[in-house]
Design a protein around this ligand. Structure first.
Ligand code: CA
Length: 255
């Protein structure tokens, strides 16, 4: 089996090659389900993750993937989007509908028909655009595992603002608000962290594909502006607060 590197990093010393050392978990305990229909890619991902110390099972279609994921026992699921039988989005949606909160990392093709924001809307925890490196994939998985499975309430609320991730509806009081997929993903992220300051860089990393050349911090500002025009402006609120030099905070009272 794989050797577990769990030694204490040198104090104040170099960063070790493996983030895993810091998490200090037993590698044999970490099981990842990879749902990917391209068999060569699936096999390569399996080898890559196994080399990083994960225990990996494969599924090659959405239905099998959902069945295995629902069976439990996985610490994380790596999910392709375009799958035969059932799309990765549907798999993710079904998992969350069943109140299964296993961390899901979605793999999306750059030229795919879906936007990464859609994946987050449907309950995925992170995404990676193909092609990707196994080192990056492994690092993202470790980050997800450290966070653990986070239950997602059916409807997020912040003051009289509500957001339903499954129906994708947003309301301020009784008034329905129409948002684009990106605006929705941005608001959802802010709502999940309501009351806390969220750095722009974190919004960029989670709501945008940060490897995209056009995705810089300005785009976050632009979209926060769009969001304010929809959830605050018409209601004379100031819920999306700018915290100078730090980021944004969603205030429950709407300022
Ligand atoms: Ca595919």
């Amino acid at each position: 089996m794989h050797e577990a590197h769990c030694e204490e990093p040198e104090r104040g010393g170099r960063v070790t090659g493996s983030l895993w050392s810091r998490a200090c978990l037993t590698l044999d305990d970490v099981r990842v389900l990879v749902v990917e229909d391209e068999r060569r890619l699936a096999a390569a991902v399996k080898r890559g993750l196994e080399a990083e110390g994960f225990v990996v099972d494969l599924a090659h279609d959405g239905v099998t993937g959902l069945h295995l994921a629902c069976g439990g026992g996985y610490d994380s699921v790596v999910l392709d989007i375009m799958l035969p039988g059932m799309s990765g989005y549907k798999v993710c949606q079904e998992l969350r509908a069943a109140e299964n909160w296993v961390p899901v990392l979605v793999l999306s093709a750059k030229d795919g028909e879906y936007d990464q924001a859609d994946a987050l809307d449907l309950g995925a925890d992170d995404y990676l655009t193909k092609p990707f490196s196994y080192v990056v994939l492994a690092a993202r998985l470790r980050a997800l595992l450290r966070r653990g499975a986070a239950p997602r309430p059916a409807v997020l609320r912040c003051g009289d603002l509500s957001l339903d991730p499954s129906s994708r509806e947003v309301h301020r009081g009784q008034a329905a608000i129409s948002l684009t997929a990106r605006e929705f993903a941005l608001l959802e992220f802010l709502m999940r962290r309501a009351g806390s300051v969220v750095p722009k860089s974190e919004l960029l990393a989670h709501v945008w594909d940060s490897s995209d050349d056009i995705a810089d911090l300005n785009v976050v500002e632009v979209y926060v502006g769009y969001l304010r025009k929809k959830i605050d402006g018409p209601f004379a609120r100031h819920a999306v607060q700018t915290v100078r030099g730090a980021g944004y905070r969603l205030a429950a009272d709407g300022g």
